[in-house]
Design a protein around this ligand. Structure first.
Ligand SMILES: [Cu+2]
Length: 321
């Protein structure tokens, strides 16, 4: 009998382990990992999920087993056995989670550091900000015009005014504003859509024109605050060609939810072609912000009309302040 229990125990442990590892690898909960750094994050996430899934199976298994096995039988009015303290058990159920939590903390911090950690916010509000020249006279939507007008002299940054991370790095200056992203490439190219080449390290030097915003691409597993009067940066290496959403992840005003654009990871050839096209457009019209149309130039009506049908709204009643 004892021997059978031991064998049963071993079988259960083996099955739970296999199930946990399988679920950790096949949970499908994360979107595609579009950057090299995303893989580190995914390993961490999947490992923690595997451990959690193992505990889930064990705890729910014991729970269901106990409900069935120790249920009150008909006519049984006796009390349960009085069990007072089990030191061994308490040490075990304290020690195991402690070890796991410590290990997860160290592993997480390792991944956090490898993915840039807190470095990205260590940029200083240096001279680059003050000699950044606003060459685009961009109005915002009516509600934000006042804010933008007062900040426009420090507004859209010219490419190259912020730090770049070396020759092998594609450095792009990013301006965030209510409610759009402007990406500044060399040669006066400013776009509303982000294009990056696959396989090359990208550095986004970011600042905000008006209020706090946050640059987030779920497929890169990275997010960084974009702060007025101060530079922050993000570095990543695109690995899967495709189109991904750029989301503002900091509540920044009435249309925060609409502050989205697209990041396109191009093949190196496509990227060069795209960049050349943009440079031609910029040469012909220095004011052009192309690629997806300029959100900042739209009125409330124009901006929201595209969203209205998705929301099931027929008429938009706007308050103009
Ligand atoms: Cu925003």
């Amino acid at each position: 009998m004892k021997k059978n229990n031991l064998i049963l125990g071993i079988v259960i442990v083996v099955l739970v382990t296999i199930a946990s590892i399988w679920y950790g690898r096949n949970n499908g909960l994360l979107p595609v990992a579009a950057g090299d750094e995303a893989l580190l994050y995914d390993d961490l996430f999947n490992t923690i999920l595997a451990i959690a899934f193992g505990f889930f199976l064990i705890i729910e298994g014991v729970l269901i087993y106990s409900i069935v096995k120790f249920r009150r039988r008909k006519g049984d009015e006796t009390d349960g056995a009085t069990i007072h303290e089990n030191l061994t058990l308490e040490i075990v159920w304290t020690a195991i989670p402690t070890v796991i939590v410590m290990w997860v903390a160290i592993y997480s911090f390792d991944v956090y550091t490898a993915m840039q950690g807190s470095q990205g916010t260590e940029g200083m509000a240096h001279g680059g900000m003050s000699h950044a020249v606003a060459h685009h006279d961009r109005g915002g939507m009516p509600t934000s015009k006042a804010t933008l007008a007062s900040t426009n002299t420090d507004g859209v940054l010219m490419a190259g005014t912020l730090a770049n991370g070396g020759d092998d790095v594609v450095a792009i200056d990013v301006s965030a504003m209510q409610f759009a992203w402007i990406f500044n490439y060399p040669n006066e190219v400013a776009t509303a859509e982000l294009h990056v080449p696959v396989g090359k390290k990208v550095r986004l030097n970011m600042t905000a024109v008006d209020v706090l915003h946050a640059f987030w691409v779920p497929q890169l597993r990275i997010k960084q605050d974009v702060i007025p009067g101060r530079e922050t940066f993000l570095e990543f290496t695109p690995r899967v060609v495709g189109e991904y959403p750029v989301v503002c992840a900091e509540l920044c005003g009435s249309y925060h939810g609409g502050m989205r654009t697209t990041m396109v990871i191009d093949t190196p050839d496509d990227y060069q072609v795209w960049l050349k096209d943009q440079q031609e457009i910029a040469a012909n019209d220095p004011e052009a912000i192309v690629a997806t149309g300029n959100v900042a130039d739209m009125t409330d009506q124009e901006f929201l009309s595209g969203k209205a049908s998705q929301l099931g709204v027929d008429h938009l009643h706007m308050q103009h302040k």
